[in-house]
Design a protein around this ligand. Structure first.
Ligand SMILES: [Zn+2]
Length: 305
């Protein structure tokens, strides 16, 4: 292994999409495994992809001392957690990291989805040692990995994560929408409405809210970023908290990242649509003369830097 290795277990946004048209890229929702060389074990989001990851870890008979970073609490990012088998194994210890929201603490939010009204077993049935770490927009480190977080332009308290380790850097921004005022396309789109901390965090960058994001992604070796919509779809879906793919490319180019991974595929996009989106993306990047790599996230694929 180089500095770290990532594997995609779920790449879809909004809702799982099984079926013939999604076999190539996969239909499970957000979940990415990250292993740091001689360092900790992280999982980014607990969408339905985490179920397969859990099965794999159990087959390997691997004891888990790991961290699950939740970007936010929309279903596509937490729904797999009650099916994550290592959480039911006494030998394991798991720390769930994420933001509180205005009405509830992280631990409450996670346990709510396992309330008996919605689910037959409760969080108390998870026999692993489960702990919670509430975070905001901040910098901290875990076992040698430097971590920085950023509130995103997405409804609620959504966080982006920047992980730096042994001179390599991964940025994970699963759900995010551009700010538009620079492009003169009407009023600023702010999905993160009614979330004072988030609005305040961006207020300091009032002149150019996109700049804060560019700084956050600066020179990442890998940027995993929302690219849910085609430009024509985006026109009727503003404030939903997701990006049209040309914006994602623009952000990555401006941030001088080495490799961009288009992520959080729309549930209505079959493999052919995603392949076309990727072709167009590569064309746009080539035209600029940039050597930035670009791929669409695919279940089961592995990256190492
Ligand atoms: Zn999502």
């Amino acid at each position: 292994m180089k500095s770290f290795k990532i594997k995609f277990w779920g790449v879809r946004g909004s809702i799982p999409t099984p079926g013939a048209s999604t076999i190539f890229y996969g239909g499970n929702t957000s979940c990415v495994e990250v292993r740091f060389k001689d360092g900790p074990f992280f999982i980014l989001d607990a969408g339905t992809g985490i179920r397969e990851l859990g099965k794999y870890l159990q087959q390997q008979k691997e004891n888990i001392q790991g961290y699950i970073f939740i970007s936010h609490f929309h279903w596509d990012h937490i729904q797999g957690l009650p099916f994550f088998r290592p959480a039911f194994d006494l030998k394991n210890s798991i720390t769930i990291v994420g933001s509180d929201d205005a009405a509830a603490k992280l631990a409450q939010i996670i346990s709510f989805q396992m309330d008996p009204t919605y689910f037959p077993i409760t969080i108390e049935d998870m026999k692993a040692q489960i702990s919670f770490r509430s975070i905001k927009e901040e910098k901290f480190s875990i076992e040698g990995v430097e971590i920085q977080t950023l509130y995103l332009n997405h409804p609620g308290y959504a966080l982006g994560y920047r992980f730096s380790y042994k001179n390599r850097c991964l940025v994970y921004i699963s759900d995010n929408e551009p700010f538009h005022h620079l492009q003169n396309s009407g009023p600023i789109t702010l999905s993160a409405r009614a979330v004072p901390e988030v609005e305040q965090a961006f207020d300091n960058f009032y002149e150019d809210k996109n700049k804060k994001l560019i700084e956050f992604c600066k020179k990442a070796d890998i940027l995993i970023h929302d690219a849910q919509f085609l430009p024509e779809e985006y026109e009727t879906r503003k404030t939903w908290g997701h990006s049209p793919f040309p914006y994602t490319i623009d952000l990555a180019l401006n941030s001088q990242v080495k490799s961009l991974i288009l992520f959080h595929h729309d549930p209505d996009h079959g493999d052919q649509t995603i392949k076309k989106m990727l072709e167009q993306s590569k064309k746009i990047i080539r035209k600029t003369g940039s050597t930035m790599k670009c791929e669409a996230a695919r279940e089961g694929s592995i990256l190492e830097v």
